[in-house]
Design a protein around this ligand. Structure first.
Ligand code: AMP
Ligand code: MG
Length: 497
């Protein structure tokens, strides 16, 4: 009998980013953690990646995804980047606790696998290279929740825990998330080489990004190639931000080093999905000025794109054309945002008065800080009830969300008139596919974290399943779609993770 080839040893690694050379990254071995154990295995993502199911039974796979051994054929490396943090140039940052293992060719295209929390790197500065269990659970669940919502994001393949202690405000335990993305290049990578005046490296990195991720721009020559890239990143970022706003997602730390060149949601830290609709909501307790408040996110994204545009100037060689390209955001974002909210409202086309109708609605949600997710879900069901009931009955459950219902009563007839002859059942079905029942509310994450701290991981698995298909009803799990409890507002999440 032939010995079976251990699948852990035969993954089809390639090393495109490493191939750029040591100007861009440093080889570094992970620092082992002790007594590794699985917390969560994202077997559905593994299947999407074409990884053999048998991997999960291999101890080598656990040791590798926990950062205790290097897989044959992988090349652990940390990349260097810089960035603007809270609006201020922060200089060199880099992968302080992220190690890329290399890329693999998958049915989802070429994907980089990256460990977060596997130990110190040359870019760890004063920190320990670790991630705590609490924040790793949040990243694992939220990246899959975003994917379930259809929002571009890095993914999470696995979550591995260790009893090894990590010091934050208190002693916690360590964990490692395996993240997956076509590229982990950030605006900050580009800014790094621009700030250093290394134009050759800047060009090589930017050409690398174009070659592998925007190959249709390869035939474009000269400065126009880089302007086109900037234009596409601007468009993707505008689209991403509209998507975030439409589900009430607050990122919390939109520093330029946390902005993906592919327009993915990246670096899950003190993020939060809004409970009550408060545009001024600040989810990061370290954000004293409210720079990254919910309503400011699109503006911040635009500011961050300016930093990218500035960094690309040595290649684009044209300040006016750069500004003109970035101006695209001012059309792209409102257009995308109107499209998203039109879909949430169930409209099948765009009409001139829609932005005013939406503004009035958001104003009334803000006045009472109405629960954002529950409002849209109830609205979606209510429209369906129009098939069999008059409007007063159909929308009763929505009206119940308001203490002062008069503003709602004034808005509803405008909405009904706008829905006009649209079929209520078909419209409702479409709305239920765009207004999720389940989002990763802070208190849900917190409950899973508290359970995990005493060794029970079931709630992580339950949430993972619900959030992977957040538009489905999931009978029996209504409590996960209910209003947050009183204590939810006292959860304080900061950058410390
Ligand atoms: P963040 O605020 O998580 O985006 O991190 C900003 C910078 O600090 C990045 O360069 C991170 O790699 C680095 N960093 C954050 N936490 C740690 C840590 N525990 N150890 C090493 N570097 C870290
Ligand atoms: Mg970061």
């Amino acid at each position: 009998m032939h010995a079976l080839v251990n699948p852990v040893n035969s993954l089809p690694w390639q090393h495109r980013f490493a191939g750029l050379g040591d100007t861009f990254s440093s080889r570094v071995a992970p620092t082992p953690l002790q007594h590794l154990h699985w917390i969560a295995q994202n077997t559905s993502l593994a299947t999407e990646l074409g990884l053999p199911t048998s991997l999960w039974g291999q101890d080598e796979w656990l040791q590798a995804l926990g950062g205790s051994t290097e897989l044959p054929g992988s090349q652990c490396l940390a990349s260097v980047y810089s960035g603007h943090q809270f609006g201020v140039w922060a200089g060199q940052l880099g992968d302080g606790r992220a190690l890329s293992l290399g890329e693999i060719n998958t049915p989802m295209g070429i994907q980089t696998l990256q460990l977060k929390g596997a130990g110190m790197t040359p870019y760890s500065r004063m920190a320990d290279g670790r991630a705590v269990l609490r924040s790793s659970i949040r990243e694992y669940l939220c990246s899959e929740a975003m994917h379930g919502l259809g929002i571009p994001t890095t993914r999470a393949l696995a979550l591995v825990g260790s009893p090894d202690k990590v010091l934050r405000e208190e002693l916690e335990t360590a964990a490692v998330v395996t993240r997956v993305a076509p590229s982990f290049v950030r605006f900050g990578h580009v800014e790094h080489f621009a700030a250093k005046g290394q134009t050759d490296a800047l060009r090589r990195l930017t050409d690398f990004v174009i070659e592998h991720h925007f190959p249709h721009l390869l035939p474009v020559t000269g400065a126009q190639r880089y302007l086109s890239l900037l234009g596409e990143v601007t468009e993707r970022t505008a689209s991403l931000l509209a998507h975030w706003q439409s589900v009430g997602f607050c990122h919390g730390v939109m520093n330029t080093d946390n902005m993906s060149i592919l327009g993915l949601t990246i670096d899950y830290g003190p993020f939060q999905f809004l409970d009550g609709f408060n545009p001024a909501h600040i989810c990061n307790h370290s954000d004293h000025q409210g720079r990254y408040a919910y309503a400011r996110q699109p503006q911040v994204a635009y500011w961050n794109l300016f930093c990218l545009g500035q960094a690309l100037l040595p290649l684009t060689e044209d300040q006016d054309a750069t500004v003109a390209t970035l101006e695209g955001f001012k059309q792209d974002y409102p257009r995308r945002m109107n499209e998203r909210f039109a879909a949430k409202l169930g409209f099948t086309d765009a009409q001139a008065n829609d932005p005013a109708l939406l503004e009035a609605l958001l104003g009334l949600l803000a006045t009472e800080q109405t629960d954002f997710t529950i409002f849209w879900r109830r609205l979606s069901h209510a429209v369906g009830h129009l098939a069999a009931h008059d409007a007063a009955h159909a929308f009763q459950a929505v009206r119940d969300l308001f203490i002062q219902a008069s503003a709602w009563d004034a808005w509803l007839p405008l909405y009904l008139a706008r829905l006009d002859k649209q079929d209520p059942v078909i419209t409702s079905q479409a709305m239920l596919r765009t207004n999720p029942k389940f989002v990763l509310r802070n208190h849900l994450g917190e409950q899973a974290i508290q359970q995990a701290k005493i060794g029970h991981f079931d709630e992580i698995h339950v949430l993972h399943r619900l959030l992977s298909s957040p538009f489905d009803e999931h009978p029996g799990f209504d409590s996960h779609a209910a209003f947050p409890p009183e204590w939810a507002s006292s959860i304080a999440i900061s950058c410390s993770s």
